[in-house]
Design a protein around this ligand. Sequence first.
Ligand code: AVI
Length: 336
Amino acid sequence: MINNIETSVKKTINSESKTFNSLFKMDVLKGLSSHPKFLSSKYFYDKKGDALFVKIMNMPEYYLTNSEYDIFKNKTEALVHGLDINKNTDFDLIELGAGDGMKTKELLKYLDRENYQFTFIPVDISQNALNNLETSLNEELPHLSIETKQGDYFHVLEDIKTLPKPKVILFLGSNIGNLNDDQARKFMLKLSNTLHKNDKIVLGIDLIKSEDIVLPAYNDEQGITKQFNLNILARMNRELDADFDLNAFTHSPKYNEEEGIAESFLVSKIDQTVRIKVLDMTFNFYKNETIHTEISRKYNDSILEHILEHTDLNVKDKLTDSKNYFADYILNKSNH
Ligand code: AVI
């Protein structure tokens, strides 16, 4: 029975993929036809989701933002020292997933004040976020050379590869944590292959710590993270003409301290059938059935070493915040 469903789903995906004009539809079809069901967390981030994520970053429970800001504000000199940049060498400072650049501005101000020669290249999927960042940087640092790049950073890496100057890549905010270990290994290999010898990466990652600190960050009192998670259903209602009843699902975050993995699920409160008009399909959910929506992996030194195993990247330095919650690792590319 399961085989039949899987075969028909595969057939549908194969035959329809040419006509599907959006990856979203295909991913929804695949994820909701799987056992257990899953949806990719990248679909949290539409306009509504972006706004909710900004709220999350400002929540008292979401320690990640303040922890990394602490490093950028209070350890700027050590950070720049670890990057080994010669003041007379022009370089590109590329930020993957720049957002509002709050942390990066501390670094930019320092580099500007100390007369380093560089161009700041923020990369983001949202043109709106890039425009806002450019406007605020033009005001705060009028001499800064800035070139924005809009796009999915997986694809932008191809363009970055051709840039001739030495590079420093910023990949902050524990964004790598939203990839599983296999995806993270592939991504870091791809990133490593876009770099030249002695280029650097600043990789911001959340460190493994106890459940009483991590879990509230994904289960806040105000219910903002719940809205963020449910937005993926709301997005299917908006974009795929689905009829999800948001009240019929709950937000359920989990954290396994031993593994250092936080995960979010949506759980069906009742037996129910949901129709997705654009797919011309219905999906059944039984009471307590889960949809996996996000992984937020936490790291330690040995997990990171494992992720970097097949790359030419070596850990050169590690800076942590005053509470030891978060780390910015400086990685050096050792070969051409
Ligand atoms: C973007 N990313 C690093 C966040 C995280 O912590 O995994 C996304 C997030 N999900 C729920 N809250 C925040």
